[in-house]
Ligand binder design. Structure first.
Ligand SMILES: [Zn+2]
Length: 501
């Protein structure tokens, strides 16, 4: 979101959008739909507030990463001054929004001011008028609370600076665009007709009057945080924390990640820009750059958590950690974090189009990070899928090919040669498209918002209030619904030993 513009070698749309173009909605392929134009309108009074600007700028950022889905953004946005945290992107709201699109997409997604024509859908930040003749999805927020739906509400506008509600609303609005352009069949998911959600309670409501306001946060002091993994979820956590620098007391944060940023990250990482794709910037540096711009002190470690705890001068020599935010995306890393038994691990992750936050509390009797996660990584790349398919017998293999609609001869050809760019590689992707929902930016950002919301709830109200029934919260952006389930510790796991009780 806070990008610079210098992107000489632009990867193509298929590469940039690869993770969300893989497939969608029971085999219907997003690649074949083609990119469409979107109309984004904003109510002047609402985008004059910081709440409105939080929602607008994150929404613009998310849309300008939907490569191959969103082709053009028509911005019908009034010229009002930007608030401080966004001033570096431009002095007025419309100009700053155009800058975000240019910086993220480098012309791969166009943006222009005006109402535009032939749009696939219209979304509104606040309740812009004059568009009642078309289907408009409106978004509005007040601190912890958010509304997304098709009705115009009479609501107050506040000067609140909490970005949780507006950012969550931006994720829901971005998912609405993705589902509309992807021609979602409502048997598989749900559009936002009237959706009221409180990040304070993690619950849905049927009207604004029923929603609690949530706590003001002006005196909250964060504990020392270690963030492991600065990919899509870790960057979203960094964004949200950075935007709360004025209202929270934030001690130095330790950032740990050894990876480079590349074009496969760019559709979901809110802090990375075109220059980072070109330069393959370290992910820790991208998060550091933003947090420092918000006057937060950070210490970075360019490597894995395993190496950090033995090598880094910033490690705790007694190996005791109170709060670790786990934003890693594989079970090997999860096991190694759990291995040191921090008191609290708050894990943010995505499963298909569902955002998840789970609290792993030492000695709680609920699951730890080792209880049910197998240490193998999930098959994801064609190479990993290839290894998984090679384990199958002939009958299983043919059945899987049939289910995926893939040609068994071409797939077998790929299994034998593993040749990149071959017909067989294209064929093997069909397995992913029927079994994997797309990895889209708004799912990762929603997970980051949930992590910070739940962290603040734990600190202000206690763990039992934050997670009243279970230590996890799942929110599906496909179905617009939340769930949680009490996952008790696996009796066979180390965490059940007396040492931790
Ligand atoms: Zn366990």
């Amino acid at each position: 979101m806070f990008g610079r513009t210098d992107w000489a070698e632009i990867p193509n749309l298929q590469t940039l959008g690869d993770r969300h173009l893989w497939g969608l909605f029971e085999g219907q392929n997003m690649r074949e739909n083609g990119a469409r134009a979107v109309r984004l309108i904003a109510e002047q009074e609402y985008v004059s507030t910081l709440q409105g600007q939080h929602m607008l700028f994150l929404l613009v950022d998310l849309l300008s990463r939907q490569f191959g889905v969103v082709g053009h953004i028509h911005l019908d946005v009034a010229n009002v001054p930007t608030h401080e945290p966004y001033r570096q992107m431009g002095g007025d709201v419309a100009g700053a929004a155009l800058n975000i699109v240019a910086s993220n997409s480098q012309g791969r997604i166009e943006a222009s001011r005006g109402k535009g024509q032939d749009v696939a859908c219209t979304v509104s930040v606040g309740f812009a008028t004059g568009f009642q003749d078309e289907v408009v999805t409106y978004g509005w927020s007040d601190g912890w609370n958010v509304y997304v739906g098709r009705n115009v509400l009479q609501v107050p506008y506040t000067n609140g600076s909490i970005p949780l509600g507006p950012y969550f609303g931006a994720c829901v609005l971005a998912s609405e665009v993705f589902k509309r352009i992807g021609c979602l069949n409502e048997r598989f998911g749900k559009f936002a007709y009237t959706f009221y959600y409180s990040l304070w309670t993690g619950q849905e409501y049927s009207s604004l009057d029923d929603m609690p306001r949530g706590q003001a946060l002006s005196k909250v002091e964060l504990p020392e945080l270690v963030i492991v993994g600065l990919g899509a979820v870790g960057q979203a956590v960094s964004l949200v924390l950075g935007m709360m620098a004025d209202i929270l007391t934030i001690p130095p944060i330790i950032l740990i990640d050894g990876d480079h940023y590349d074009s496969t990250n760019h559709n979901r990482c809110v802090l990375g820009d075109g220059k980072d794709v070109k330069q393959k910037t370290k992910k820790v540096q991208i998060a550091e750059r933003f947090l420092m711009s918000r006057d937060i002190v950070v210490r970075t470690y360019d490597g894995t958590w395993e190496k950090f705890v033995f090598e880094s001068p910033d490690r705790n020599t007694d190996f005791q950690y109170e709060w670790v935010l786990s934003c890693v995306d594989n079970n090997v890393a999860r096991h190694s974090i759990q291995q040191l038994w921090p008191h609290f691990i708050l894990g943010g992750s995505t499963v298909n189009m569902t955002s998840n936050v789970t609290l792993y509390e030492r000695g709680s009797g609920f699951e730890c990070m080792k209880c049910y996660n197998q240490p193998e990584e999930n098959p994801e790349s064609p190479e990993e899928l290839r290894n998984a398919l090679l384990q199958k017998d002939e009958e299983q293999f043919l059945r899987l090919c049939q289910k995926a609609g893939a040609d068994p001869t071409l797939v077998m050809d790929y299994l034998k040669t593993a040749q990149c760019g071959s017909l067989g590689e294209a064929e093997i992707r069909k397995f992913e498209s029927t079994t994997i929902e797309p990895s889209v930016g708004f799912v990762s950002v929603a997970a980051g918002v949930l992590v910070v919301s739940q962290l603040l709830r734990c600190l202000t109200s206690g763990v039992n209030e934050a997670f009243p029934n279970a230590h996890n919260l799942y929110f599906s952006l496909l179905k617009l619904g939340h769930t949680s389930y009490p996952a008790l510790a696996n009796p066979e796991c180390d965490c059940r030993s007396q040492y931790f009780q």
